[in-house]
Design a protein around this ligand. Structure first.
Ligand code: ATP
Ligand code: MG
Length: 321
């Protein structure tokens, strides 16, 4: 059984990515699971080439440092020919109407006067990511459910039009993953694309920066430390973050805390401690790119081998190649 997930290097990795997804990729990954840095997806909005390359290395380094098995990792653009090739075959399987219905496109294109065509077609690239590697399960947040549904539709349509080439994948909602919210606006999830970086703790933030961000987190005027997400979203977020960092529950964490000051200090320490080894190892990997380069090259080799045969089969069935 193959599970596949990706992280887009549109910015640095944050605590939400780590607690909600990446630490599980490390602790629960099966021998056939695949995790990749989806750098091609970071090109759908205006981007800087040098920065993109840096962020791709950054994401890969944090994945390795977090303990995601090196054998399950690859960088998407290292398999550009295969992913790009299958994207074309799948674009010829997808209708314009289907692409246009994607909610993410509507959201991300809103208010921009110039939009890259790839922003419209990137769900098809995502379908190619999934189908090329024969993934059975794709753990995604709700915002990506529609894209996995498109991948299923395209796999079924291709298989029935031309012949069996693809596994029909399934979206799975990650089991009780921590949902980390923005520290300055707990009504929003912590996000790489947040307008205000003050509400986002990055995995590589200096410990003092982490402490400062958490000290400034929005709470409320009730002055009660308990886990009540609807009435006290800011306090609940801090309790949830702390619980995730010390492998406890928000309720149990709340028991020993009497003031917001104490809540913030203990949460900051829990986060700093949890991130300490990951940060140290990632900085080490980024200081000398030799080891990271080897991980990357080996991942590229495996990913190409795995995907080449399926791309050739699909092309032949469709009457090309
Ligand atoms: P963007 O704003 O560019 O969409 P993002 O922060 O949502 O960035 P993604 O690259 O879309 O990050 O997601 C990578 C993984 O991290 C996904 O599995 C996603 O579900 C998870 N994730 C993202 N944000 C959070 C969060 N705040 N809490 C928990 N998990 C999260
Ligand atoms: Mg996202």
């Amino acid at each position: 059984m193959i599970r596949l997930s990706g992280i887009t290097p549109s910015a640095e990795m944050h605590l939400g990515n780590y607690l909600g997804a990446v630490r599980r990729w490390a602790s629960e990954s099966g021998p056939d699971d695949l995790y990749f840095v989806s750098d091609l997806h970071a090109m759908t909005l205006p981007h800087d080439p040098t920065r993109l390359r840096e962020l791709t290395n950054h994401q890969l380094a944090v994945l390795v440092a977090a303990g995601v098995p090196a054998e399950s990792l690859f960088v998407q653009s290292d398999v550009l020919r295969e992913h790009g090739g299958l994207t074309w075959l799948l674009e010829c399987t997808c209708t314009f109407g289907e692409a246009r219905r994607m909610i993410q496109f509507k959201e991300k294109s809103a208010g921009r006067d110039s939009v890259r065509l790839s922003l419209l077609t990137y769900p098809v690239l995502m379908a190619a990511d999934i189908l090329l590697h024969g993934a059975h399960q794709v753990p995604v947040g709700e915002d990506q459910g529609q894209h996995v549904e498109l991948a299923r539709t395209l796999a079924r349509r291709f298989n029935s039009s031309y012949g069996e080439a693809f596994v029909v994948p399934e979206a799975v909602l990650p089991t009780a993953a921590a949902r980390v919210r923005d520290l300055t606006d707990p009504s929003r999830k912590m996000s790489k694309s947040a307008a205000n970086p003050g509400g986002v703790v990055f995995v590589l933030d200096d410990p003092d920066v982490v402490r400062r961000k958490i000290r400034r987190a929005v709470t409320d005027a009730l002055g009660v430390v308990r886990h009540a997400p609807d009435e006290q979203p800011g306090v609940a977020n801090l309790l949830e973050i702390q619980a995730a960092c010390v492998d406890s529950t928000p309720e149990r964490v709340a028991e020993g805390i009497t003031s917001y000051r104490q809540l913030k200090e203990s949460t900051a320490e829990a986060v700093v401690e949890r991130l300490r080894p990951v940060r140290a190892r990632a900085l080490e990997l980024l200081a000398d790119l030799g080891e990271l380069g080897r991980v990357r090259a080996a991942g590229a080799e495996r990913a190409r081998r795995r995907s080449g045969a399926r791309l050739d089969l699909a092309a032949r069935l469709a009457g090309v190649g």
